[in-house]
Design a protein around this ligand. Sequence first.
Ligand code: NAD
Length: 286
Amino acid sequence: MNIQTVGVIGAGVMGKGVAQNLAQTKHKVVLIDISEDILEKAKSDITNNLRFQGFFNKSKQVDNYEEIIANIQFTTDYGSLDAVDFVIENVIEKWDVKENVYHDLDRLCKKDCIFACNTSAISITRLGSATNRPSQVIGTHFMNPVPLKEMVEVIRGFHTSEDTIVTTKNLLKQMDKDCVVVNDMPGFVSNRVLMLTVNEAIFLVMDNVASAEDVDKIFRSCFGHKMGPLETADLIGLDTILYSLDVLYESYNDPKFRPCPLLKKMVDAGLYGQKNGKGFYNHGNN
Ligand code: NAD
C-alpha cells in the first residue's frame, strides 16, 4: 500500500519532527494536538526548522518551505482523521493519556488504518490491547531530531502482523528512513540501555562526583560519543526521561530503573531541557 495521508498525533518535540519529515517527503499530514496555541507554535517551529536546517546539513537545505508547510493540516479535531491511511502517535509518555488516545483512534479511523506508536518505553503489546486491531499496531521509535536522523527502531508487538511490518517499512522508506525491527519489551533495545545510562549520569551529578559538563566530556572524549548522556537528556526532554523511567520501573518492577531524585526535582522545578530553555545546560529563551 502506498501511504498518502498520515495522521500525526501530538505536536511536541517528536510530533513536529515526524510531521515535518512526512511533509518534506510529499505526504499529506493531519497534525493533531490539544490546543490551538500548541499548534501555532508547532507551525512556527517547523517553518524555522525548514528555513535553517540547511545550516546544519547542506544536503537537507530546502527552499520551498511554504509548499511543505501547506502539506500539513494543523487541527485539534480528531474527526479529521477519518480518511487517513496511517497514524503516527507521539503524545506524552503517560499510559493513561496514550490509552485514551488509542480508544479514540480505534473509534474514529478507518478499519484498515495502521497505528504506529512513537513511545520511548511503553510496551507496544500493551498499547495494542487498547484497540480492537492489535495486529495493526506497531512501534516506530523515531530518533530526535526526526528529519535529521535516518534510523528508526521498529517494534513488533505480540500481535503485530507481517503486513503491518511491511507497510510500515514502506512508509519509512518513503520518509527516507532506514529501520531495525526488534521484538517488544518495555524500552525495547535503545531505551532499556540509554535510560539507565542517563539516570546514572544524573546520580553522578547529584552525588557531586562530577559536573554535568565533565560527565559529558568523558563520554565525548573517552568513548567518542557525539553527545554525552546529560546533553542527550536535555535534547530528549527531562520530563520525557522521567516518564520513561517511571514506565520502565513499573513495567519490570526492578529497582535499577528508579528515577534519580535530582531528575524528579528538576522536572518539578520546570527544568525540561532544550524544549523550554533550561535543563543541565542553558539553551537560551524558548
Ligand atoms: P512532548 O511533551 O514534547 O509532546 C507531547 C505532545 O503531546 C504535547 O504537545 C501535548 O500537548 C500532546 N498531547 C497530550 N495529550 C494529547 C492528546 N490527547 N491528543 C493529542 N496530543 C496530545 O513529548 P515528545 O518528546 O514529543 O514525546 C512524544 C512521545 O515520543 C513520547 O511517548 C516520548 O516518549 C516519545 N519519544 C520521545 C523522544 C524524544 O527525544 N523527546 C524520542 C523518541 C520517542
